[in-house]
Design a protein around this ligand. Sequence first.
Ligand SMILES: [Zn+2]
Length: 265
Amino acid sequence: MNAKQVRPLVLCYHAVSSTWQSQLAIPERALERQLGLLAKRGYVGLTLSDAERRRADRSLPARSVVVTFDDGFASTLRALPILAEVGFPGTVFPVTGFVGSGRTLSWPGIEHELTDETEAELRPLRWSELETLHEVGWEVGSHTVNHPLLTAVDDARLDTELRASRREILDRLGTCDSVSYPYGRADERVAAGAARAGYSVACTLTMVHLEDEPLRRPRVNLASADTGLRLRLQVAPPMQSLRRSRPARLARTLHRNRSWLPQAD
Ligand SMILES: [Zn+2]
């Protein structure tokens, strides 16, 4: 394979739960099946920053996967033994304003999820739990302080969201090289803000973006239904290229993903 074309498969998950019926939650069994299939196919698990470094120095394995979890749901901990079983490290992106706040996760797009039954599912990871993940080899990146749609905030707020979240993770864990943009969205101005804040890699969602550059790396958002054939198609390299290059598919996907976005967008 041409070294230039080797790139990691970057997966995006949110919560991990068998009982929470939400598009944000993947059941443990489905996660096991998806990652088990990749391990069987020879995929090597890397953190997002490691994958970026190895991509830059051309030492990326022919098949590598980065398993990311947005938002920092406490249920991310349920993924820990599942990833350990296949030897993949995870990369988690907490929203720092919620960590240790005692508040459940809430922002435009998920605030309707809160009920008496789902309150526990919306609990954020604690700093001690993020430390544990960091200690076992997971990467902890930023998902901003408050989870705004960064393309819609002014420059001052953009800088605060990106810098203050990175600062806090740096202070707590000693490292913070990556950021996942809320709602998977970033334009050139947002990517420039991430560079100013000191991040070396950042990710969007494939469904939303065609760009593939260090501060706008696309990810595949896998729903629990994506097992078997659909997963096989999604992770095959030609299909990845096809997905990025077909405007029609992008348009359909944008339409499908609209529920993720704040009303204002
Ligand atoms: Zn998010």
